[in-house]
Design a protein around this ligand. Structure first.
Ligand code: SF4
Length: 135
């Protein structure tokens, strides 16, 4: 639990270890949780600081802090996550299956995280991505 919270707060960079894990550390959901958690903590700390220093008119400092300490790191993490998941899709059977949810590295019909080591259906429920949707 504490490790999970630390991962969210630290915006850890995605690694290839997540490809082999059925509990990936970085997903779109974890990035969003990180943004919410960091924003809440930062807003609280800066509000208290500005209040105690009687500097309420400098509220705009909060925007800079939110950009540099929340939005930008989250965006970098998301870009790295996208690269990793793209490689993952090229390496695995699930990556070419229409039941694969890339944002959370999840199989939609089995509701389980997939990995390079673990394919919940063992290929039996695989269906190709429909790249050319019918009109
Ligand atoms: S149905 Fe099978 S191949 Fe498709 S995403 Fe789920 S586990 Fe992977």
């Amino acid at each position: 639990m504490l490790n999970k919270l630390t991962d969210l707060l630290m915006f850890r960079q995605p690694t290839d270890e997540d490809n082999q894990s059925t509990e990936p550390v970085v997903t779109t959901g974890s990035i969003l949780w990180g943004v919410l958690l960091r924003s809440a903590i930062l807003i609280l700390i800066i509000s208290l600081l500005l209040e105690s220093l009687s500097m309420r008119q400098h509220w705009w400092l909060m925007l800079f802090a939110l950009w540099f300490l929340v939005a930008y790191p989250a965006w970098l993490q998301y870009k790295k996550f996208q690269e990793r998941i793209q490689n993952f899709q090229e390496e695995t059977l699930c990556g070419s299956c229409k039941h694969f949810e890339a944002n959370s590295q999840l199989c939609k019909i089995y509701d389980q995280h997939v990995s390079t080591e673990y394919i919940p259906c063992e290929g039996l429920s695989w269906e190709p991505l429909n790249e050319f949707p019918e009109d």
